[in-house]
Design a binder for this molecule. Structure first.
Ligand SMILES: C[S@@+](CC[C@H](N)C(=O)[O-])C[C@H]1O[C@@H](n2cnc3c(N)ncnc32)[C@H](O)[C@@H]1O
Length: 278
């Protein structure tokens, strides 16, 4: 494997991500869409306009900017953070490679009447962007292979600060028990908070951490939604034998909760903002 990172933490990070991607490739069946995010993109929009949301992420991020400043949201998804932040800044630029995510983002920004937001359809690695005052990057780095270059570019694109948001464990941890039942092997767990901390330290970045309120992901609206989303997360095609097995496993793993269904082992997340000044 060619090393594209230099620090020990960066090289260890790369090994885990490469192993995780190889494992995905080894089980991947023919999918209905080649956009991984399509079945779940609707979950990454902000809550209704005026609602503060399930946690205090926006309130805490607002403390990093003043009204005349600009924000760059890297891997903005459906605009969960970019859209509410537009109200508190002069302009938000959202970088987002997934078409399904961009459709959610643009549709929601229009519905909210947000005009000071632009979208760049690109990965961060390929994006050409002017520096912005605050650079936000929430729940993106876990799957990035060339992590050091990715982080350096975040710093170089910030005039004031970078705010990286991470869970203690990867968001995909919820699906790990399903993986072993359906694919018959342990899923490689992606790097997350501890690895981010050691990587930043080795890169000589002095960061501080702001703990956010506990947060639980939105439930699947129906059993069918649960199956569709889990098929996508496990790279299982709708018609396959493994899909039947997944359906059986879900039968004993879903709990009915307010607003839909949840995997019974789902635990709340405790995200944090890892921020540094440039
Ligand atoms: C878990 S979602 C998080 C979305 C949003 N930041 C949020 O917190 O709601 C991860 C997003 O990162 C995007 N992404 C993944 N790899 C990326 C990359 N290399 N450059 C930019 N965005 C990326 C995905 O397309 C997806 O929209």
């Amino acid at each position: 494997m060619t090393e594209i990172n230099r620090t020990q933490s960066g090289i260890a990070w790369q090994k885990i991500v490469v192993a995780e991607h190889a494992q995905s490739d080894s089980v991947r069946e023919e999918m209905a869409s080649d956009d991984f995010w399509r079945p779940v993109a609707h979950k990454f929009v902000p809550p209704k306009k005026g609602d503060s949301g399930p946690d205090d992420t926006i309130q805490k991020l607002v403390e990093f900017i003043t009204k005349g400043e600009t924000v760059l949201d890297v891997g903005a998804g459906g605009g969960r953070i970019a859209i509410p932040l537009a109200e508190y800044s002069s302009h938000v630029t959202a970088v987002e490679p997934s078409e399904a995510m961009r459709e959610q983002l643009v549709g929601t920004a229009e519905a909210w009447g947000v005009r000071n937001l632009s979208v760049i359809a690109s990965t961060w690695e390929d994006a050409e962007v002017e520096p912005h005052d605050l650079v936000v990057c929430a729940h993106v780095v876990y799957t990035v292979t060339a992590i050091e270059g990715f982080i350096r570019k975040l710093s170089q694109s910030a005039r004031k600060s970078v705010a990286l948001i991470s869970f203690g464990r990867p968001a995909t941890a919820t699906y790990l028990p399903l993986w072993s039942r359906v694919h018959g092997e342990e899923r490689v767990e992606l790097p997350t908070l501890p690895q981010i901390e050691s990587l930043l330290s080795e890169m000589g970045i002095e960061y501080k951490e702001t703990l956010l309120e506990e947060w639980i992901s939105r439930p699947f609206k129906t059993r069918e939604d649960a199956l569709t989303e889990c098929q996508a997360r496990l790279f299982v095609s709708a018609e396959s034998e493994k899909s039947k097995l997944l359906n059986d496993v879900l039968g004993e793993s879903l709990l009915e909760v307010e607003g839909g269904f949840r995997l019974k082992w789902t635990e709340p997340h405790r995200p944090r903002i890892i921020s540094w000044d440039v």
